[in-house]
Design a protein. Structure first.
Lengths: 172, 395
């Protein structure tokens, strides 16, 4: 009885350790094998930008004009969508938005998965899971002053979601 | 019991009812239970350490590289688990369970921290579900109520975050709560465990209905069903809690209806559902010889679409329910129920008075009159109650 309990205990521990390692590994693999794309940030309401230990980032690609939406009915909040991006002058911008993921990602053309956050009068606000950037305590304020002047370098793996790789100052 | 025995026993020995040896033997039957109060100290200690871990994570440790951070988390987590397991092996259950709990807390903190390392922002509560799952496994392995409470907090937190941040009901969380922790509570039937689990299931199932795009009053259906469970299994402690929670819910619901009167258009489908459930309930009450609790259905009737002037109707329903409680408590000689009845009676009066006189009386006079009326009714009720409780010895 005691030995079988110990067996389960060890399995439970292994499961937890593996879970933590797998989160890290999946992110490292995106970093190693992912495709790099540069995104332009837009200013956020300064009161909302800095949340203690992380900075809220908003990108141009968060706000998607409604005219790009092809289907009849607008998506619901929380609905998962596929957003096509195209590189223009070094930055990636939204090219298409829809439910279906195209079969192949062409050169310079990339697809991100996003979730509808809310619908605005003229645009659809989509979140990609890359809107938080954790910073050491006290450094958030410095970053806040640079809002709108920073670029975010994102890595996107073919099999999964995107992740923030690093933050750079805007080139222009 | 031991204290009483110690006090009385000396007298029994002096009167030579029992010998000194017998007295000691009797005392041994009731070991000291004071140990229980010391249990709180290691629990508090582990709570403090747990908080320490969390604040440590929130604070600045950015100088360490990611793989080392991860190793630290894993080593600390395994350390807590291993130490806890060793303490349990040595027979020190409370301390052991505390350290295992710390292991579970560290696992959750580790998930959050790993997310921060890679700037992840989640779209749902998967991480909380995995955390809760680890808690459930440990709860079963150690059969510990402390681990149960911790897991319950994690799962309720998970549902709360899912509802507030992601605007969706987390079915997996709900199922883990119902089945994972439910089976544990069923098996180990510890009062506080059962009460806390029941309350959580009750509240989360209300969330379940609020998530759908249907009229709010369909939210009442799970409450009806919870109520009926107590009729189908009348001897079950578990379900009697659901019945009480349902009644508390409907009392507060009536209060809400009085304060924010809202009439809905009649829904035949809802009303038929209501009738069917009420009939099932009453037939079971009849079968189990508990028909006198059938009056409870008065307060459950969906009056908000049956009658006009819902606020007045609901005030009467509150009064009726209070009187029923008084009568019921008196019949069962249950002082708590009688007190609850008199309290809800006074409360209903206050609500009725404030709500129905608001429009044509200045606030101050209304309060003074309300207070005076409360005193009178309280006096009459007390007098009546004392009389009942004295007379009650007869039959």
């Amino acid at each position: 009885m005691r030995t079988s309990k110990r067996g389960w205990f060890i399995i439970a521990l292994l499961f937890q350790v593996c879970f933590l390692i797998s989160i890290s590994l999946s992110n490292y693999s995106v970093e190693w094998f992912g495709k790099e794309l540069r995104l332009k940030t837009v200013p956020v309401d300064p009161r909302d930008l800095f949340y203690g230990d992380y900075v809220v980032l908003h990108y141009e690609i968060n706000t998607i004009p409604k005219k790009l939406w092809q289907e009849d009915k607008y998506p619901d909040n929380g609905e998962k969508l596929v957003i096509g991006l195209m590189e223009k002058n070094g930055y990636y911008t939204v090219e298409s938005i829809g439910h279906v993921k195209p079969k192949d990602e062409m050169e310079g053309n990339i697809y991100l998965e996003g979730v509808v956050s809310h619908i605005r009068p003229d645009s659809i606000f989509v979140e990609y899971g890359i809107e938080k950037y954790y910073v050491p305590e006290g450094e958030g304020k410095e970053l806040e002053e640079l809002r709108g002047e920073i670029d975010v370098i994102v890595k996107k793996a073919q099999w999964g979601n995107a992740k923030i790789s690093r933050i750079e100052f805007s080139e222009n | 019991m031991r204290k009483l025995l110690q006090k009385e026993g000396i007298g029994w020995v002096e009167k030579q009812i029992i010998s000194n040896d017998q007295f000691n033997q009797l005392l041994e039957l009731y070991p000291e239970q004071d140990k229980r109060s010391y249990k709180i100290i290691p629990i508090l200690a582990s709570l403090l350490i747990g908080l320490g871990i969390l604040t440590f994570i929130a604070s600045n440790w950015s100088l360490i590289s990611n793989p080392i951070k991860l190793s630290i988390i894993i080593i600390v987590m395994l350390g807590f688990y291993g130490f806890g397991e060793r303490m349990v092996g040595k027979g020190s259950l409370v301390m052991g369970h505390c350290f295992v709990s710390l292991g579970v807390i560290t696992f959750g903190a580790g998930i959050i921290l790993t997310g921060q390392m890679f700037h992840l922002s989640a779209n749902d509560v998967t991480s909380f579900i995995v955390w809760g799952l680890a808690g459930i496994v440990m709860t079963y392995l150690y059969r510990s109520s402390l681990l149960f409470y911790l897991t319950l907090v994690i799962l309720n937190f998970s549902q709360g975050i899912s509802m507030i941040t992601y605007n969706q009901f987390s079915f997996v969380t709900f199922i883990l709560l119902m089945i994972g922790l439910g089976l544990f509570a069923f098996k180990y039937r510890h009062n506080i465990v059962v009460i806390l689990l029941s309350t959580s299931v009750f509240i989360q199932s209300l969330f379940l209905f609020s998530d759908y795009d249907i009229s709010w009053f369909w939210m009442l259906v799970p409450v009806y069903l919870f109520y009926v469970l107590a009729d189908i299994f009348p001897k079950d402690f578990f379900f009697s809690i659901y019945r009480k929670l349902s009644l508390v819910f409907f009392f507060i619901f009536s209060l809400y209806m009085v304060l924010f009167r809202s009439s809905e258009s009649f829904s035949a489908f809802h009303f038929i559902t209501f009738l069917v459930i009420a009939l099932i309930s009453i037939s079971f009450k009849w079968k189990n010889n508990r028909l006198f609790t059938g009056y409870e259905w008065i307060i459950i009737i969906p009056a908000f679409y049956l009658f006009p002037l819902t606020d007045v109707i609901y005030i009467f329903m509150m009064y009726f329910f209070s009187m029923y409680l008084l009568w019921h408590g008196f019949k069962l000689r249950n002082r708590v129920t009688v007190n609850l009845g008199s309290f809800s009676f006074l409360f209903s009066t206050l609500v009725a008075y404030l709500n129905l006189t608001w429009d044509f009386m200045p606030k101050s006079i209304s309060f003074i009159l309300g207070g005076g009326l409360l005193f009178v009714i309280y006096y009459l009720l007390q007098k009546q109650k004392n009389k009942w409780l004295i007379d009650g010895g007869g039959d």
